[in-house]
Design a protein around this ligand. Structure first.
Ligand code: G6P
Length: 376
């Protein structure tokens, strides 16, 4: 086991740092470059070619999974809606069965699972097949039950993930679904410029991720200031609502610290009542179409003396005045808006890792949790 961990103390840390290479593996053979080796020409996903037109003709796309895999569904939803121009809805796998969701023959349903063995997701998949829907898998483990039972899909090729808290599978799932979304929209002329922007962003993504990993020491310092807290709230919106949810899940499941991810647009509808000068808050405010609204959220929080930790673009110093201390402003590399969640989650993964070590908890096997939940 020690050999497998290499120079790292824990699998979680190793897997966080493997993300740039894992993401490269997700894209390998699927992102086709121009002869210059830098410009992306097109996206080609062998296993999906025969199914793309069926998905384009479906009445809607449904994304389904549990835990972190469900958060990757939230992260891709808006881009998938934008580029496919289809309605994209989300389902937690266990809820599909509880509600006996109305699924139809002309639905395309994407099942997302790192292990490919999660019982709730597998049962939802069997249910969807019985309704005649097209079932697509986004799976890491080759040969797993979900990868075998789906009609088609993409293996994310992230390599073995051992830490119970999912890290590299999350970013590789989103990357694989960005590729799928680009493949689904390749014939659109009106989306040409937008697609090119995203493809250029994909080519630079592993390097930008490497730079985000350099935040490690700052996240250790920040974790030291938060180690004795009882609660941490994270606010995100738009592309980064998923980042808030996934960051909170990491803090909760490994650091055993109560944490909630909140859609910033909902702040006034309840969470604001919790805000005072003691509760630490993380606000994700990288530049995208919701930046102005997010700035206004920060102003309202600061008006209540909130302890704000801000995640901002590295070239943006206009929010510095709102952060409470030097370690409280986290500067991340700036990438295309829809790819920004892949970068923004990195400091939060590092923060949850350091909080766990400092609080003396088991990093790779948090109490009561299992890597793969094979019972309903
Ligand atoms: C368990 C794990 C989570 C994981 C979820 C879904 O709850 O502890 O880390 O996100 O299952 O797992 P899957 O293998 O289907 O992605």
């Amino acid at each position: 086991e020690q050999i497998m961990k290499g120079n790292y103390d824990h699998f979680m840390k190793k897997e966080i740092h493997e993300q740039p290479d894992a993401m490269t593996q997700t894209m390998r053979g699927r992102v086709v470059f121009e002869p210059d080796g830098k410009t992306v020409q097109r996206v080609f996903i062998g296993g999906m070619v025969d199914y793309l037109s069926t998905i384009r003709r479906s009445r809607r796309i449904i994304l389904c999974g549990c835990g972190t895999s469900y958060h990757s569904a939230i992260a891709i939803r808006s881009l998938m809606e934008e580029l496919t121009e289809l309605p994209v809805t989300l389902e937690l796998a266990s809820d599909v069965l509880d509600r006996q969701c109305p699924f139809f023959r002309d639905d395309s349903i994407i099942f997302i699972s790192q292990s490919g063995e999660t019982a709730d997701t597998l049962r939802a998949l069997e249910y969807a097949k019985s309704k005649g829907a097209l079932c697509i898998g986004i799976v890491n483990v080759v040969g797993s039950a979900i990868s075998r039972a789906t009609d088609c899909g993409i293996h994310i090729n992230a390599g073995a993930e051992i830490g119970v808290a999912s890290t590299k599978a999350y970013t590789c799932q989103i990357t694989a679904m960005v590729l799928l979304t680009l493949a689904l929209s390749e014939d659109s002329r009106s989306l040409h410029d937008r697609r090119m922007e995203i493809m250029r962003g994909l080519a630079d993504l592993p390097d930008n991720m490497r730079r985000a990993l350099e935040l490690d020491q700052q996240m250790l310092s920040l974790a030291k200031t938060l180690v004795n807290e009882n609660s941490l709230l994270l606010f995100g919106r738009g592309f980064n609502y998923a980042t808030a949810l996934e960051g909170a899940l990491k803090v909760k499941e490994v650091a055993l610290l109560h944490s909630e991810g909140i859609l910033a647009g909902e702040m006034k509808h309840g969470p604001l009542a919790l805000v005072d000068d003691t509760l630490p808050l993380v606000v994700i405010a990288t530049r995208d179409s919701s930046y102005v609204k997010q700035k206004s959220v920060i102003e309202q929080l600061r008006a209540r003396d909130a302890r704000c930790i801000l995640i901002v673009g590295e070239n943006d110093d206009s929010l510095d005045q709102y952060a409470c201390g030097k370690d409280m402003i986290i500067r991340v590399p700036e990438v295309a808006d829809c790819l920004q969640p892949l970068i923004n989650i990195v400091p939060l993964q590092l923060l949850s890792y350091h909080l766990t070590v400092l609080r003396g908890h088991n990093v790779d096997q948090p109490r009561n949790l299992a890597k793969s939940v094979t019972v309903e």
